[in-house]
Design a protein around this ligand. Structure first.
Ligand SMILES: [Zn+2]
Length: 178
């Protein structure tokens, strides 16, 4: 039985591809990752909502309303910076979600072997004050820096493993009321 509801979202689509780096767009990466995570959650019997079917991403105006209707809501993005050496994972959320944010960061950092930048407030980072957090109460997960070739290579190597690791973490998380 699940004590809490879960929503997973890709932050971008072909209509809004997001940051570009090293031959990829954020949309490529986050759509594929959300779909891989959806498969891994389904395999564990977790019930969840998502912002569209395979390769589809609903507009943010709908996504944040769906996020607000769920107990836990994650939206996946990639970070980007003009210096290609910027590296690591971080989350953006309200203070009440920082504990889960920190655990997500640790799992992603360990699986990909990249820096853990930690759980930050909604005003931090390139996706600061996105409605998904400010109005939806969700967590933005900045998986890695798309502008860093080493981060991207680590992600490509470990992305399926990462979907399994996050599905395990979330399957456990939704079982408990907090
Ligand atoms: Zn983004």
């Amino acid at each position: 039985m699940q004590a809490r509801t879960l929503f997973i979202s890709a932050g971008h689509s072909d209509a809004d591809p997001g940051a570009v780096g090293n031959g990829h767009t954020e949309a490529d990466i986050v759509l594929e990752f959300r779909d891989a995570l959806a498969d891994a959650l389904e395999a564990r019997g977790v019930v969840f909502g998502r912002d569209g079917q395979q390769r589809q991403n609903l507009p943010l105006s709908r996504a944040w309303k769906l996020a607000a209707d769920h107990d836990i809501a994650l939206e996946f993005h990639c970070n980007a910076f003009r210096k290609p050496t910027a590296t690591g994972v971080e989350t953006l959320s309200w203070p009440g979600d920082m504990e889960l944010g920190l655990r997500l960061c640790k799992a992603i950092s360990t699986t990909l072997g990249i820096n853990n930048r930690g759980a930050k407030g909604e005003a931090s980072g390139q996706h600061s004050r996105l409605a998904f957090v400010s109005r939806g109460g969700g967590i933005i997960v900045e998986l890695f820096f798309i502008s860093n070739p080493d981060d991207l290579a680590a992600y490509q190597r470990w992305k399926l493993q990462l979907a399994e690791v996050l599905a395990d973490l979330l399957a456990e998380e939704v079982r408990h009321d907090r």
